[in-house]
Design a binder for this molecule. Structure first.
Ligand code: WQD
Length: 320
């Protein structure tokens, strides 16, 4: 049973490919290298360089490698960019998914794992977000992920595929410098960048209705995210009846921006006090996962804490 990992040369994809390969599963990577790097791939993993929009390439890849399952991670993932360029996001994230699914159906692929996001929930008004909390995305990025889940579910039902959609919360950390996130678009790398430039890290608003006034998120180590994919692949490969699951991947623990910056100050040894700016538009006060369903369905639980996330990310950052 060979799995195709789209986006496998990226940050989350690279971690997933490593863990699948370590678990002894044959994998093939498809990546357009727009943000991924071949350096992230373990030796011996075939890389097909190309786009998820290229149907002929997908058909050929599925046929030539005897693909039986697809982990579809390839996507654009920057919220701000999605607001400025919705056409780009709908094309890459939805037409790309549609093309992958069409090739999967045509090629007799049985199983699909889809990378979704907590962005499907928008501004949830609950302490812990469960998979049945209403979805109301507030930006095109989140819209493409929610519509992607619908497409995955409908295609699964119509064509007898088994599917797992994984809703990632706030991903951080790395297993090794080589696999690290090379972007600077989330809290941890943004704070590292400011500190490296001799500036104070920024807090986007401290007047939220939260214990310390700063936004609360559910940060999860990328190695735990990858392990959840391995668990999903295992569940799909051993399932005896069709499956259709949508699962949060989080730790179920809220951490505020101020708390995260305190850990960053300690780990980096840089005590520069954060600077508070006005709120960033579109930020919910609190988004924390209920992570019981994934534990029940995939026997998965997060292993790494905030310290491990920040320490591993900082070690990698210093080698950039
Ligand atoms: C975290 C918190 C900021 C930088 C986004 C997407 C989500 C998912 C993950 C992809 C927020 C605050 C940040 C800074 C700050 N994306 N912050 N100072 O917005 O929770 O989630 O990435 O799947 O869909 O929305 O992540 O890391 O940008 O911010 O105060 O310099 O840190 O306001 O409260 P976010 P983030």
């Amino acid at each position: 049973m060979t799995w195709l990992i789209t986006g496998g040369a990226g940050y989350i994809g690279g971690h997933t490919v490593h863990q699948l390969a370590e678990a002894g599963r044959p994998v093939v990577v498809l990546d357009d290298l727009s943000s991924g790097s071949p350096d992230r791939l373990p030796d011996g993993v075939p890389l097909v360089v190309g786009s998820t929009l290229d149907r002929a390439l997908l058909d050929r890849t599925v046929r030539e490698h005897g693909i039986t399952g697809v982990v579809h991670i390839a996507a654009k993932k920057q919220v701000g960019e999605s607001v400025a360029e919705p056409l780009l996001y709908y094309r890459e994230n939805l037409t790309g998914l549609q093309t992958v699914l069409a090739a999967a159906v045509a090629g007799g692929v049985r199983n699909v794992v889809f990378s979704s996001s907590a962005a499907v929930y928008g501004m949830p008004d609950v302490d812990l977000v469960t998979e049945s909390t209403p979805c109301a995305p507030i930006n095109p990025y989140g819209e493409t992920k929610l519509a992607g889940e619908w497409l995955v579910n409908s295609v699964g039902r119509a064509h007898g595929l088994s599917t797992v959609s994984l809703r990632y919360f706030n991903v951080a950390g790395t297993s090794s410098p080589r696999l690290a996130d090379d972007g600077v678009s989330n809290l941890v790398p943004m704070a590292f960048q400011r500190l490296t430039d001799g500036q104070a890290p920024l807090i986007f608003g401290d007047d939220y209705d939260t214990p310390d006034g700063t936004c609360v998120r559910d940060y999860i180590h990328v190695a735990d995210i990858a392990a959840a994919h391995v668990a999903a692949v295992h569940r799909l490969d051993t399932a005896t009846e069709p499956l259709s699951l949508t699962l949060n991947i989080g730790r179920g623990e809220g951490v505020s921006v101020a708390e995260m910056l305190a850990v960053i100050a300690r780990v980096t040894g840089n005590p520069t006090a954060p600077e508070v700016t006005p709120r960033r538009p579109g930020d919910p006060a609190r988004v924390v996962a209920a992570a019981d369903l994934i534990h029940h369905e995939l026997d998965w639980k997060a292993r790494y804490d905030i310290d491990a996330m920040v320490t591993s990310a900082w070690n990698a950052w210093q080698l950039r």
